[in-house]
Design a protein around this ligand. Structure first.
Ligand SMILES: C[S@@+](CC[C@H](N)C(=O)[O-])C[C@H]1O[C@@H](n2cnc3c(N)ncnc32)[C@H](O)[C@@H]1O
Length: 298
């Protein structure tokens, strides 16, 4: 009974009532309460001490902050008090400010999760790991506007950026110049019939180009031909899909590939030690990608 009457007395203070009403909705730390209620930190701390002393709230450490939350549930004799606090008119606009604060908190949390996720810095990771490779002579099949060619040129001894489109090559050349990469040779050629000599390249990369070509097996055979024995191939392609609009709008000739089909073609033209990795679907995208690596057998 004594506790009950003390609790009622404690809530006779309007600021304390406001603090309790906020905490009934979400755990909050002292500086959040200061910004929500608009009173000095020392005053908020004093009120929290009082509420904690009465067992109305509890504290919990999280990520270096102390969060305060309601410590009692509907079975407690003082619950009607909390209900009254929750239902009291919000003349100061505390609840609107709380909503804002919780939204900002969610944004911060989403950002933190993205930053902590290793994939967030995949470009730096890829560059750092690739810099540990010996300086390779690389052919980029269907380089398009050269994003990948330029990235590879950071760690390769030389990149052969090959595309049949002059428009794409012009953009790729501009990109290379902007980034000061002078180790890229641009070839305007058809991937089915390359002028590069046989057996001299260390690595061929084919990123999303194979679904554009007339004969994927013939292009894979060209990759095998220009590689040294032991040379490597990295191939990124789309899984089979039903998005027929890409045929006309994007000039695709193939609606993705079953990885097994490309693996069979690769074995046929002389690749072995094949690995395959299929990427999970991203958001609502109808496209999934897979990556195959292989080694030209000697
Ligand atoms: C989707 S882009 C790929 C760009 C780049 N590899 C990437 O991943 O960002 C496909 C490129 O392949 C080129 N291409 C298609 N068929 C080709 C062929 N037979 N010979 C050379 N390039 C070809 C196109 O011009 C286009 O730039």
């Amino acid at each position: 009974m004594e506790e009950l009457s003390q609790s009622f007395r404690a809530l006779g203070d309007p600021t304390r009532l406001r603090i309790l009403r906020l905490m009934a909705r979400a755990p909050l730390n002292v500086s959040e309460l200061v910004s929500l209620v608009g009173v000095a930190q020392s005053s908020v701390s004093h009120h929290l001490g009082k509420l904690k002393g009465l067992g109305l709230i509890r504290e919990e450490r999280q990520a270096g902050f102390t969060y305060y939350s309601l410590a009692l549930g509907p079975e407690d004799a003082r619950w009607p008090l909390i209900r009254l606090a929750r239902e009291a008119a919000d003349e100061e606009g505390d609840l609107a400010r709380l909503e804002d604060l919780l939204r900002q908190r969610e944004d911060r949390q989403a950002l933190n999760e993205r930053l902590l996720e290793p994939g967030q810095s995949w470009f730096l990771w890829a560059g750092a790991l690739a810099s540990l490779l010996p300086a390779l002579d690389v052919a980029d099949f269907g380089c398009g506007t050269g994003v990948l060619s330029v990235a590879i040129a950071r760690w390769a001894s030389r990149v052969w950026a090959i595309d049949q489109s002059e428009v794409a090559l012009t953009q790729a050349r501009e990109r290379a110049a902007r980034e000061g990469r002078s180790n890229i040779r641009f070839l305007r050629e058809d991937l089915h019939r390359l002028s590069l000599p046989s057996g001299e390249r260390d690595l061929v990369v084919i990123s999303q180009s194979l679904h554009h070509v007339e004969s994927p097996p013939a292009v894979l055979a060209e990759a095998a031909r220009i590689l040294k024995p032991g040379g490597k191939l990295v191939l990124l392609e789309l899984m089979p899909h039903d998005e027929r609009w890409v045929l006309e709008r994007l000039g695709h000739r193939h609606l993705g590939f079953a990885p097994e089909t490309l693996e069979a073609s690769l074995r046929e033209v002389g690749f072995g030690a094949l690995t395959r990795d299929t990427h999970a679907r991203e958001g609502a995208s109808p496209f999934r990608v897979f990556l195959i690596t292989g080694v030209k057998q000697s």
